[in-house]
Write a protein that binds this ligand. Structure first.
Ligand SMILES: Nc1ncnc2c1ncn2[C@@H]1O[C@H](COP(=O)(O)OP(=O)(O)OP(=O)(O)O)[C@@H](O)[C@H]1O
Ligand SMILES: [Mg+2]
Length: 243
């Protein structure tokens, strides 16, 4: 469903942020990408959303080549973040309606809008509040509501649980599990190894733009993910220094 082929990004002709990345996320799968600061996680997500163009290589959503058909591709993708793409002066309901239409939905009833906002756990009093008054967790929930109403097949999240309180973080993961059960492909970055282990079907470890290890569901359960992560990230740095 979501796939990268030798996806590469070089910033300013010098910084190799993502190096020939090949990965796939299937429907009903949660793929979690781990990596140190600067490993290339956000760049990967920005490439998948066509916020930036790849230097070489490409990516697909449902066979649609994202850099070539960005508008079509975006109908199938949803991006959940605390501040990008929400209109602060619009209410939650207006944002949801706007993005539903942008995502190709023709008519969305008020009932459906409100039911979706309720489903992601936003309190009713917030439906007609301007989004600029929302907390981080509320913005994230609205992002999930947009993904649901757009019927996006793939949902991309960049460190979605950072800064959420423990209860909010747990509820957020529960929402992601529901989306997965509906068959969506979910791709998220995090620094939270504990949560990665709790939710991931597959884990990728990135170091300096390279995907250095992928773990299956079974391996995630069996391995000490934290130790493995530290070994790969440290090992990669040592190997680089020796080279
Ligand atoms: N707009 C930009 N211009 C130039 N270099 C950039 C730009 N954005 C990111 N980089 C560089 O690309 C590399 C990868 O950055 P990226 O933000 O993708 O990492 P990350 O894995 O998301 O890190 P973090 O965990 O800190 O969020 C880093 O070396 C970073 O300095
Ligand atoms: Mg980042």
């Amino acid at each position: 469903m979501l796939e990268t082929r030798d996806l590469t990004k070089v910033y300013d002709d010098t910084i190799l942020a993502v190096n020939k990345l090949n990965l796939k996320v299937d429907p009903g799968e949660i793929y979690v990408i781990l990596g140190a600061n600067g490993a290339g996680k956000s760049t990967t997500i920005a490439l998948l959303l066509n916020f930036i163009d790849p230097t070489s290589g490409t990516a697909f959503i449902n066979e649609i080549e994202i850099p070539k058909f960005p508008l079509e591709a975006k109908k199938h993708l949803a991006y959940v973040s605390e501040n990008v793409e929400l209109y602060g002066n619009f209410t939650a309901r207006q944002n949801l309606d706007f993005f539903a239409k942008l995502g190709g939905r023709k008519k969305v009833s008020r009932d459906e809008l409100d039911a979706t906002l309720g489903r992601v756990g936003l309190p009713e009093e917030s439906f007609k509040r301007r989004v600029k008054t929302f907390s981080k967790g509320m913005r994230q929930r609205l992002g999930i509501a947009i993904a649901i109403i757009k019927r996006a097949e793939a949902v991309l999240l960049d460190e979605p649980t950072s800064g959420l309180d423990p209860k909010g973080g747990a509820e957020f993961l529960e929402l992601l599990r529901q989306l997965k059960d509906e068959g969506k492909a979910i791709f998220m970055s995090t620094h939270d190894i504990f949560r990665a282990k709790a939710i991931a079907d597959r884990v990728g470890i990135m170091a300096e733009g390279n995907l250095v290890r992928e773990l299956t569901h079974e391996e995630i359960a069996e391995e000490n993910l934290e130790e493995l992560y530290l070994r790969y990230v440290a090992g990669y740095e040592q190997a680089e220094e020796a080279a």
